[in-house]
Design a protein around this ligand. Structure first.
Ligand SMILES: O=P(O)(O)OC[C@H]1O[C@](O)(COP(=O)(O)O)[C@@H](O)[C@@H]1O
Ligand SMILES: [Mg+2]
Ligand SMILES: [Mg+2]
Length: 336
């Protein structure tokens, strides 16, 4: 595929290599893309469309929802519930699964999504995103259940994210590499600008929320300390640090120039009985699929994320992903 190809064209081409894919998959992806375009408009217009501030409600994770969390969730539901490709959806902002209402036909796919990622950055005009993952519904989709969503990340048919930054981009994998598209606001179409994205195996850049340092496990503390020791330390080279607090923006930086992103397990979360910060089904799994398809690695610290068997819809896991050699080094520190 050459630069300048539209996303619509690209999706039709991609469908050709997916076993059993019919037009359903193509138009499902197009509906998701439409939802991201609408959310991009809301993000870009912020206060002008009343999209800033708190919604005054809490989601199942006990987090205060932002207006844009709720608005983006509604946009995703409205764009994807009517066309007959889905059996059900699941979202960060909805406690239970959302079976497609009886007034619409049901289809063979399941969609999980984080409608607005990086919510703490909305009101300060820093890049945010949307993350999504597509699964097949066991049993064809007539009576979908929560259990149907609890599939290992290796079962994903496709995954992607939209990044609402200086430009709006969409990055997608269907298991055949990773491609990035930029929204041409003039024609309202995503255009292929970043074909076959690859993550460099080595890096000198790490991303972690340092304010949690005193709660980290020894392997993570050792890895970060060695990065901070730089040239004078065992790594023999200096490292730079970044933390945007929007997972989508961190992963996009890593896809573009390498790096390692870490939201590891820590004693504060353990004390709360929490399995991590980020959610397996609609953050860790789709991002791990994309990162692995771009030549990187994605682990919990001790295991490959895509091999995990999900136990619940909003399950949280530790996430360490990015440049392959760094991720393998961090894995070895956990195994040591
Ligand atoms: O506030 P912290 O500890 O920096 O955490 C930031 C992390 O939390 C998240 O914002 C969680 O995602 P949501 O905004 O979708 O809830 C990630 O995007 C980001 O990596
Ligand atoms: Mg998120
Ligand atoms: Mg979110």
């Amino acid at each position: 595929m050459h630069n300048g190809t539209s996303l619509t064209q690209f999706i039709i081409e991609e469908q050709r290599h997916i076993a059993g894919a019919t037009g359903d998959f193509t138009s499902l992806l197009n509906d998701i893309v439409t939802a991201c375009k609408v959310i991009s408009h809301l993000v870009n217009h912020g206060a002008l469309v009343g999209a800033l501030g708190s919604a005054g409600t809490e989601n199942v994770q006990g987090e205060t929802q932002k207006k844009l969390d709720v608005l983006s969730n509604e946009v995703f539901i409205k764009s994807n519930e009517w066309a007959g490709h889905l059996a059900a959806m699941a979202s960060e902002e909805m406690d239970a699964i959302y079976p497609i209402p009886a007034k619409y036909p049901r289809g063979k796919y399941l969609l999980t999504f984080d409608p607005l990622d990086g919510s703490s950055n909305i009101d300060v005009n820093v890049s945010v995103g949307t993350i999504f993952s597509i699964l097949r519904c066991p049993g064809g989709g007539s009576e979908p259940t929560e259990r149907d969503f609890l599939q290992a990340g290796t079962q994903q048919v496709a995954a992607g994210y939209a990044l609402y930054g200086p430009s709006t981009m969409l990055v997608l994998t269907t298991g055949n590499g990773v491609n990035g598209f930029t929204l041409d606001q003039n024609i309202g179409e995503f255009i292929l600008t970043h074909p076959r994205m690859q993550i460099p195996a080595d890096t000198s850049e790490f991303a972690i929320n340092m304010s949690n340092m005193r709660f980290w496990e020894p392997p993570v503390r050792r890895y970060i300390q060695e990065c901070l020791d730089g040239k004078e330390g065992p790594r023999g080279k200096d490292f730079n640090m970044r933390w945007i607090a929007s997972m989508v923006a961190e992963v996009h930086r890593i896809l573009t120039r390498g790096g390692v992103f870490m939201y590891p397990m820590d004693s504060k979360m353990q004390a709360k009985g929490q399995g991590g910060k980020l959610r397996l089904l609609y953050e860790a799994n789709p991002m791990s699929f994309i990162v692995e398809q771009a030549g990187g690695g994605a682990i919990t610290g001790r295991e490959r994320i895509l091999d995990l068997q999900p136990e619940s819809l909003h399950q949280r896991v530790p996430v360490i992903l990015g440049s392959k050699n760094e991720v393998e080094r961090i894995l070895s520190y956990h195994q040591a």
